[in-house]
Design a protein around this ligand. Structure first.
Ligand code: COA
Length: 381
């Protein structure tokens, strides 16, 4: 055994309280999610993503004046430094977009004169810079890989993050319902306590490493199928199933093979993920305007029914995120980068909170290796 006392062990750190935080509370049994005390269902109906960014970073909802000032700052930070734009142009078109995002965020540190500053006001500026620029990076990469020039970021303080992102991605105005749905998606995904990527971000920040390093760690963690890539994998499954009638057989066969169905199950919620209810409703609203998308919604419902019947599992945030993002016209392999475009608000709020009251995050393992033994010189092995 190591010298450190092993008091409790929980595989996967399940139910381990690893830090204190004032940002987000989750009631896994009551199926409630709150950002700084506000219920997620109320925030999604009544607030914009930009207001939620302010809430997460500053602890309070903004006044109208504070929101305008935040939007002005986001608009000013959105354009990428020329060296970052040139760097994105050099990236191979077939690269996994999450690998692109991870690499570009790391590179962005090299182009930020404040990247190594530990001053709290510099850290808050860097947080806003990252929140503003992640959408620009994702949209620019997608346009470049499709042989199109990136669209300049809106410079006005009226355009919110969702509308601005869709303009940069598509090079045209989107329908009002699409902008609203994306804005609501960004609100729902913005924060979720110590999920794997946020924990990765806080762990890196707890070494007093810089904010770009912490966000790069988070993006790497989000990239996995068990976390952020479940939305892309869910859509791939929906497309593969192809029609509602085939859903039950697909689910049965996947469960027989002991496969995990993407977009189902949750470590914390012992029942329906509350965000899934909002996303299901949004997916339904979107198909009213675009009936040709109705098929994907019908397949999603059929899969959801079959998984409930056969395994008594509820869907999580990623399952109906897939239908929502697909209906808005986001390419399937950009679904996980869209998760990052939203979650950057939560990540940076946690990183700033970690810096403000830091203690190195350093757990111990329960050692299962050989007992102490004598060293054998190489010629005697
Ligand atoms: N598909 C099929 N079975 C699942 C499942 C899924 N998506 N999620 C959980 N289960 C089953 C497990 O096989 C296990 O069944 P068993 O008791 O018969 O062995 C039981 O439910 C408990 O699951 P477990 O793997 O211990 O839960 P966890 O807390 O470790 O995992 C997730 C949580 C999210 C990693 C898991 O549900 C999963 O892999 N989901 C798919 C990926 C996903 O959607 N991720 C996004 C999360 S927001």
């Amino acid at each position: 055994m190591t010298g450190a006392p092993v008091s409790t062990f929980s595989k996967g750190l399940e139910e381990v309280v690893a830090t204190e935080s004032s940002i987000c509370s989750i009631d896994g049994k009551g199926l409630r999610l709150r950002y700084r005390g506000y219920d997620i269902h109320e925030l999604v109906q009544r607030s914009s993503y930009d207001e939620v960014v302010y809430l997460l970073l500053r602890g309070e909802l903004p006044t109208a004046v504070q929101l305008t000032e935040l939007r002005r700052r986001l608009a000013a930070e959105r354009p990428l430094p020329p060296a970052v734009s040139r760097f994105i142009e050099t990236l191979p078109a077939g690269t996994n977009p999450m690998a692109v995002l991870r690499t570009v965020v790391s590179y962005m540190a090299l182009q930020d004169p404040e990247s190594e500053s530990k001053a709290p006001d510099a850290n808050e500026r860097k947080a806003l810079r990252l929140i503003a620029r992640l959408p620009t990076v994702v949209a620019a990469y997608d346009r470049l890989r499709n042989g199109k020039r990136p669209v300049e970021a809106a410079a006005d303080a009226e355009t919110g993050t969702a509308a601005c992102f869709l303009r940069m991605l598509k090079g045209a105005e989107s329908r009002e319902l699409e902008v609203k749905a994306l804005d609501q998606y960004l609100v729902l995904l913005a924060e979720h306590d110590l999920n794997a990527s946020t924990f990765a971000a806080r762990t890196t920040a707890s070494t007093t490493s810089d904010i770009y390093s912490a966000v790069t760690s988070a993006i790497g963690a989000l990239k996995g199928d068990l976390h952020g890539s479940a939305n892309t994998r869910s859509m791939e499954m929906i497309l593969e199933v192809g029609s509602p009638e085939k859903a039950e057989a697909y689910v049965t066969s996947a469960l027989d093979r002991k496969e995990k169905l993407m977009g189902f199950g949750h470590r914390v919620y012992k029942g329906q993920d509350p965000r899934a209810d909002d996303l299901r409703r949004m997916a339904k609203d979107l198909i009213r305007e675009v009936p040709e998308q109705a098929k994907w919604y019908a397949i999603s419902e059929a899969i959801e029914r079959a998984v409930k019947e056969k395994k008594n599992l509820s869907c999580n945030v990623d399952f109906y995120s897939a239908s929502v993002l697909y209906s808005i016209g986001i390419p399937v392999d950009l679904f996980t980068p869209m998760f990052a475009v939203s979650r950057i608000a939560g990540w940076t709020a946690h990183i700033l909170e970690q810096y403000a009251n830091n203690r190195l995050l350093r757990p111990v393992s329960a050692y299962l290796g050989p007992s102490p033994r004598a060293y054998v010189p190489i010629q005697n092995r």
